[in-house]
Ligand binder design. Structure first.
Ligand code: HEC
Ligand code: HEC
Length: 157
C-alpha cells in the first residue's frame, strides 16, 4: 500500500492548479490562435472560461459581443478544440453574458472587487476585458500584483 500511496500523493501535489497570477497561453497553441483571436484584443487565456462557455463563444463568432469574428470552419474547429482542451475546470470560471464573458465570472469579480467603478469607466481602461490597461505584462500571460499599474491610481502595490 505504502509504495502505491507515495507516488499518488506526489502526483496530487504537482497537479495543484497553476499560480493564480500566471496565465500563459499554452505553448501548443495553433498559430491561428494569436492571428485570429489576438487581433482585436489580447488573446485571452483559455483557462479563464469553462469548456461549455468556450463552445458557446465559438458557436456564434458572427455575433461576437457586437463584432463579427467569423472564421472558416476548419480554423474555427481547430481553435474551439484548443480552447476546450485548456479550459477552466473550476466552475467559478463560468461567465454570465451572451456569449459568456470571462469578466462576468464569479472568479473575475472577486479578484477585482477592490477596483473602483470610476477606474472601469476611465477612457484608458474602457472595459474590464482590456486586461493590458492595468496588467502591464498581460501580453506575456503574467498578472503578478507588482506588475499592476491602474490608470489614475498608479502602481498597485
Ligand atoms: C473583429 C474583432 C474581434 C476578433 C477577431 C475576436 N474578438 Fe473577441 N471580442 C471582440 C470585442 C469587440 C469584444 C468585446 C470587448 C469588450 O467588451 O471590451 C470581444 C470579447 C471577447 C470575449 C469576452 C471578454 C470578456 O469581457 O470577458 C472573449 C472570451 C473573446 N472575445 C474571445 C475571442 C476569441 C476566442 C477569438 C478568436 C476566435 C476572438 N475573441 C476574436 C472582438 C473580436
Ligand atoms: C482596471 C484595471 C484592471 C483591468 C482592466 C484588469 N485587471 Fe486584473 N487586477 C487588477 C487589480 C488592481 C488586481 C489586484 C486586486 C487585489 O489586489 O486583490 C487584479 C488582479 C488580477 C488577478 C489576480 C492576480 C494575483 O496575484 O492573484 C488576475 C489573474 C487578473 N487580475 C487577471 C485579469 C484579466 C485576465 C483581465 C482582463 C480580462 C484583467 N485582470 C483586467 C486590475 C485590473
Amino acid at each position: 500500500m505504502r509504495t502505491l500511496l507515495i507516488p499518488i500523493c506526489a502526483a496530487a501535489v504537482f497537479a495543484l492548479p497553476a499560480q493564480a497570477d500566471r496565465l500563459p497561453i499554452p505553448a501548443n497553441a495553433p498559430p491561428s490562435f494569436a492571428a485570429e483571436c489576438g487581433g482585436c484584443h489580447l488573446p485571452f487565456p483559455p483557462a479563464l472560461l469553462t469548456a461549455p462557455d468556450w463552445k458557446q463563444v465559438m458557436a456564434r463568432l458572427d455575433k461576437h459581443y457586437g463584432d463579427n469574428a467569423s472564421l472558416d470552419e476548419k480554423t474555427r474547429r481547430e481553435l474551439e478544440d484548443f480552447l476546450v482542451r485548456h479550459a477552466a475546470t473550476d466552475r467559478r470560471k463560468a461567465g454570465a453574458g451572451d456569449p459568456p464573458r470571462l469578466t462576468e465570472s464569479v472568479w473575475f469579480r472577486r479578484e477585482h472587487r477592490e477596483v473602483p467603478q470610476a477606474v472601469w469607466n476611465d477612457a484608458r481602461v474602457k472595459s474590464a476585458a482590456n486586461c493590458a490597461a492595468c496588467h502591464t505584462r498581460a501580453e506575456a500571460g503574467s498578472y503578478r500584483e507588482r506588475e499592476i499599474v491602474v490608470p489614475g491610481l498608479g502602481r498597485h502595490k
